[in-house]
Design a protein around this ligand. Structure first.
Ligand SMILES: C[S@@+](CC[C@H](N)C(=O)[O-])C[C@H]1O[C@@H](n2cnc3c(N)ncnc32)[C@H](O)[C@@H]1O
Ligand code: SF4
Ligand code: SF4
Length: 262
């Protein structure tokens, strides 16, 4: 088992980002007993346990019970969150107790652009980024940008720089068919077929149904058999249906760009 696991504890969300595959999936929470059984079976001391999938993890009904279970097993709970909620004093205490770090998604600081994207009340999100900084230390809070425009990225970097947040990363929109429901990006069907997730066995992803996957990008699991089958197909030069369009196996892939703000 790799050092990282990711569990999709909910597909529900209070935002409706145009690029989110989760908005087209059944809206539900992972049953608590399923979450516990995954944690009990797979979490080892020191393991990072990422609790988000295509939903907002903090809104999951059993979020804190799940976080606590991870903690009891010695795992390190981690989330990317939209921060579009009120952080109550109790939540603040819990974040301090259980989380070493969090990442918050912010694509732009322009309220109108954010609203159009489906990220609402962006001022609250930015206030919460600063609040997470106060709770966990600025060095333990990061910002994740999905690139919707150059000026938007710049606006987020300026916000981060002004507020002493150094950990900012930007990534392009996924080009897999699973994601391109409300947007379309042209990409070249030119594959090298060397998937880091398969070759280096980076992580395990458990979707909201509890299906175990080698990465978080296979949303349509109807064609999926196993990670081994994907490897075998790629070794034969075949693009597996479950991986079609994935930026990790294409030439000219759009890499995740780490942006330094100082
Ligand atoms: C699916 S969200 C779940 C966590 C939380 N709801 C949030 O938005 O931060 C996790 C990350 O995936 C990013 N994401 C969602 N859809 C994407 C897409 N089509 N292409 C690239 N990144 C995407 C989001 O912007 C976010 O940073
Ligand atoms: S906030 Fe996260 S889960 Fe919610 S719609 Fe946006 S990307 Fe999807
Ligand atoms: S979807 Fe992409 S990251 Fe996942 S196994 Fe296929 S090629 Fe690799």
């Amino acid at each position: 088992m790799p050092d990282k696991i990711q569990i999709e504890i909910t597909t529900r969300c209070n935002f409706d980002c145009f690029y989110c595959a989760g908005r087209h999936m059944p809206q539900k929470d992972m049953p608590l007993d399923l979450a516990y059984s995954i944690i009990d079976k797979h979490v080892r001391p020191g393991m990072e346990v990422n609790l988000q999938g295509e939903g907002e993890p903090v809104l999951a009904k059993h979020f804190w019970s799940i976080v606590q279970r991870v903690h009891e097993k010695g795992g390190l709970p981690y989330i990317i969150t939209n921060a579009g909620y009120t952080i109550t004093p109790q939540m603040a205490e819990n974040f301090i107790q259980y989380f070493n770090k969090v990442h918050v998604s912010l694509d732009t600081t322009d309220p109108e652009r954010a609203e159009k994207t489906g990220r609402h009340n962006i001022h609250r999100v930015m206030d919460n980024i600063l609040k997470f900084g106060d709770l966990l230390g600025k060095e333990n809070v990061g910002i994740v940008i999905v690139s919707i425009g150059r000026k938007d990225i710049e606006s987020v970097i300026n916000f981060a720089t002004r507020n002493g947040i150094k950990n900012v990363s930007a990534q392009s929109l996924q080009t897999k068919d699973d994601y391109m429901i409300k947007y379309k990006l042209d990409y070249k069907e030119d594959y090298h077929l060397k998937c880091p997730y398969l070759e280096r066995d980076i992580m395990r992803y458990f979707n909201v149904e509890g299906i175990e996957l080698p990465c978080c990008f296979i949303k349509d699991t109807t064609q999926y058999v196993s990670a081994q089958k994907l490897r075998e197909q790629m070794h034969k030069g075949i693009v597996p249906q479950s991986c079609k369009g994935c930026r990790f196996i294409r030439n000219q892939e759009t890499k995740k760009v780490i942006v330094r703000t100082s």
